[in-house]
Design a binder for this molecule. Sequence first.
Ligand code: F6R
Length: 261
Amino acid sequence: MEVLIRDSAEIGCVLGAKIIASVVREKPNAVLGLATGRTPLRLYQELIRLHKSEGLDFSRVTTFNLDEYVGLPPTHEQSYRYFMQENLFRHINIDVKRTHVPNGIAADLHAECRSYETRITDAGGIDIQLLGLGRNGHIGFNEPTGSLRSRTWIKILSEQTLKDNSEVFGSIDAMPKHAITMGIGTILDARRCLLLAFGPSKVRAVEHMIEGPLSAICPGSALQLHPRATVILDETSAAGLHYADHYRWIDKHKFEWQRHG
Ligand code: F6R
């Protein structure tokens, strides 16, 4: 796992956008795995800036989002489809037909999960999967103790996750309690993973993900198995790491070709 500690979330998000932009420049028909939540917002703004001011071209790009709440139509302001439209898709030249978010109101949710996996495979697999990290260590909506080999499926959200995400819904009662999410096995199949985690609320999850044992109690720790996983942190989320100096040392002594900028 490559661990990059930066001075601020702002710097981390600009770096994350740079990494994704380099994938798109190298492979104009890249398949991007995308995330929602507070963490990637600034990264998406930077991608929009790169599109508008440097001509970063998304016209042949395909995207697959990690997850969607069960029961929310795409027009619902808290649905992840709506989030993606508002925060990225409508600002860039992406073909909306190439953007995939699980359908949380599908008549047959099981069939939707199976079809999502098939669509990812048919697209040639995900070139780079962007991830955030839940305070409880979840990635996608794979909550603690879920299988580390799971595929896209319907998951029950933990109380912690409901609490963390309830603000925008007004109350936990108003929130869906289930979501469709790519499984950990699906995420690990991506050719690259890029996880961003910022702020003091992520300290414990970050420590467990990077330095803790590989364990389903911290789904993010599954990234220890991934051959090409990059984690971008700020100083506050990295505060609990025992080997922070080691990660900084490695970062400092990279070959030029290993650097992301
Ligand atoms: C979002 C997702 C979640 C979030 C995580 C962190 O699509 O899959 O795993 O990345 O809950 O959320 P924020 O960024 O809001 O702290």
